[in-house]
Design a binder for this molecule. Structure first.
Ligand code: SF4
Length: 343
């Protein structure tokens, strides 16, 4: 069994921001900061958030970096501007803090591609297998997991498992394919999940863009449908191998600061461009697919954030038993290689 492919989807049945009455006025950002201070809250924003949300936050980064900041912060409340599994991971790592997400309906098609029940069924088919889960999973799935991984250390995490042990890798098929190719490991089973946004960035778009911009570097997130094409382009010599970089979102910001390139093609969710342009304003960053926007991430609007810091909504709860088991899997992830930052 290789898992069920969840249909790619956008959030449905919800109108982003519809839980509030009116768009905030021009002073909304100051009001958010003042209300956050009064609540002893730190504002965290993921790299895929709307630029206005990124600009009001105390910290912007990838999911793991933000969870670590949440755990280390002296603030008693975390306002997590991202999607629900990220806020859950922050709660797992900081169980004594209040964690708020401005709109609890902000889900994730990748995290939704496997449930804890499906994972238990898959494990029953492969007794003794080691379960490796990407961080884009629910707390209930993390509780069924032996070790979590990020896109930065997925290869090292799987390589650390004795070769005679079967591995169940989930939920992302593109990241799983990348790991299997790197390690040449036959006894690794990959769940057929995907993120509808990243899967929509395909090899043809990447090949066309690389041909149109022959001097550009390529920054590619390993969840992308085009990750295989990027490795092929490098392997075939169509693009020099040192110009193709498979990176987590946090890794992209570091690479932007370090590169000498004048032009960079970016294959991930378009919100990433805002931080890249801030990190290296002299570089021309272009999206491989400028329609690759995550509707879940964009549900965190200024209106929703204002409501969150004003009313203390929506609070994230994780069952303490699940949190304890999930924390062990996340802790193992942090101990192996360089976990970087995940999505
Ligand atoms: S971009 Fe994809 S993986 Fe990231 S939060 Fe959106 S649906 Fe999930």
């Amino acid at each position: 069994m290789t898992g069920t492919l969840t249909t790619a989807s956008e959030p449905s049945g919800v109108d982003p921001g519809d839980a509030v009455d009116a768009p905030p006025g021009p002073g909304w950002a100051e009001e958010v900061r003042a209300l956050a201070r009064r609540r002893d809250a730190v504002l965290l924003a993921h790299n895929y958030q709307l630029p206005a949300i990124q600009d009001v936050a105390d910290h912007v980064g990838d999911s793991l970096a933000l969870s670590r900041i949440a755990a280390a912060s002296s603030a008693s409340t975390i306002v997590f501007c991202g999607v629900h599994f990220m806020a859950e991971t922050a709660k797992i790592l900081a169980p004594d803090k209040t964690v708020l997400i401005p709109d609890a309906r902000a889900g994730c098609s990748l995290a939704d591609s496997i449930t804890a029940e499906q994972l238990r069924g898959w494990k029953a088919e492969h007794p003794g297998a080691v379960v490796v889960s990407y961080v884009n999973t629910t707390a209930a799935v993390k509780a069924e997991t032996d070790v979590c991984c990020t896109s930065s250390n997925a290869v090292e995490v799987v390589a650390s498992i004795p070769r005679d042990r079967e591995v169940l890798f989930l939920p992302d098929q593109f990241l799983g394919a990348h790991v299997r190719r790197e390690l040449g490991r036959e006894n690794m089973h990959v769940w057929a999940g995907e993120c509808h946004v990243h899967a929509g960035i395909n090899g043809r778009q990447l090949t066309d863009q690389a041909a149109a911009h022959p001097d550009a570097e390529l920054f590619v997130h390993p969840e992308c449908g085009c990750a295989t094409s990027a490795l092929y382009l490098a392997g075939s010599g169509a693009v020099p191998a040192d110009r193709v970089k498979i990176l987590s979102t946090g890794g992209m910001v570091d690479a932007a600061r370090a590169t000498g390139a004048k032009e960079v093609l970016v294959a991930t969710e378009v919100g990433m461009l805002h931080q890249l342009r801030r990190a290296a304003p002299e570089i021309d960053f272009r999206a491989v697919n400028d329609r690759a926007s995550c509707g879940y991430m964009k549900m965190i609007t200024p209106e929703a954030l204002l409501r969150s810091v004003r009313e203390g909504t929506d609070e994230v709860h994780v069952d303490p038993d699940l949190a304890g088991r999930g924390q062990a899997a996340v802790q193992r992830m942090i101990e192996i290689g360089n976990p970087g930052g995940g999505e």
